[in-house]
Design a protein around this ligand. Sequence first.
Ligand code: COA
Length: 291
Amino acid sequence: DLEGRVDTSDAWIVERTGIRERRVVTSGETTASLAIAAGAAAIKAAGITPDEVELLVVATCTADQQLPATSAAVQDGLGLSCGALDVDAACAGFVYALVTAAAMVETGRVGAALVIGAETLSRITDPDDRGTVVLFGDGAGACVLRPGRTGLLAFDLGCDGSLGGILEVPVGERYIRMEGSEVFRRAVRVVVASAYAALERGGLGPGDVDVFIPHQANARIVSAACDRLGIPRDRTVMNLDRYGNTSAASIPIALAEACEAGRLREGDVVLLSGFGAGMTWASALLRWEAA
Ligand code: COA
């Protein structure tokens, strides 16, 4: 499809990005509808009922409307009766949302929290721009944090707003504008530094990581980050060949797939690390707690 629309080739895309397939919403599907499906699946997997959810945080940079927040429609769609908010930290958004929700749960003032990453990037991707159209896809993933067992050992959140121009949708424009190689270069650097910062705060090193789940942007970025961290590929979850870059949805989709595939065992040390527009970056070190 893409070869027929822009000057590219399947071979180039696979070699330079690692992406073979992406998912795109059909008419009628929205960021909220994807989030509701993922949220319902997470509630079911956690073995709780919707009324036990006391906080909803939706990470997205592709809100369906400017107002109200996407989380409002998700709260209604899931039949929740709790507070709901959106977090926008682009592709680092899920980890930002996870850390925000975990902090609230750990105060003991809210019970279970539902954290969802959901995006419809196809709506803001220029179909005629070969530099972005081959990368971005749509999707959603979610997890439930439970009181007394959020599993969060340590985290690192960062932002360098002076780099906003390298990946943005300017005011009044419809589509993403991206300086791809600049984002690439900086992404490797910040993801490695952020992962090290979280590990250090947790008193652990790369050798302690059982499962590494990096943001799924480009297979070469993931490989470079793994090499610099010294985390072997067999401990790294990669699914971007099937989804492309789904921004805030990429880490929770990979987390859910790893969980369903039995790759996460009770007590495993799991490192999540993302980066994105802003520029933002975020890492979370977890001790895996099964449902
Ligand atoms: N098909 C064929 N050629 C393409 C292409 C495509 N889809 N996209 C770019 N090119 C071309 C460029 O125009 C350039 O051509 P030129 O040498 O004639 O100018 C050439 O390929 C090399 O461009 P470059 O940008 O150096 O390629 P790259 O290897 O860095 O790959 C990206 C481009 C966009 C795939 C890569 O930079 C990337 O993944 N960057 C990070 C993007 C990202 O992760 N963004 C989201 C962050 S959350």
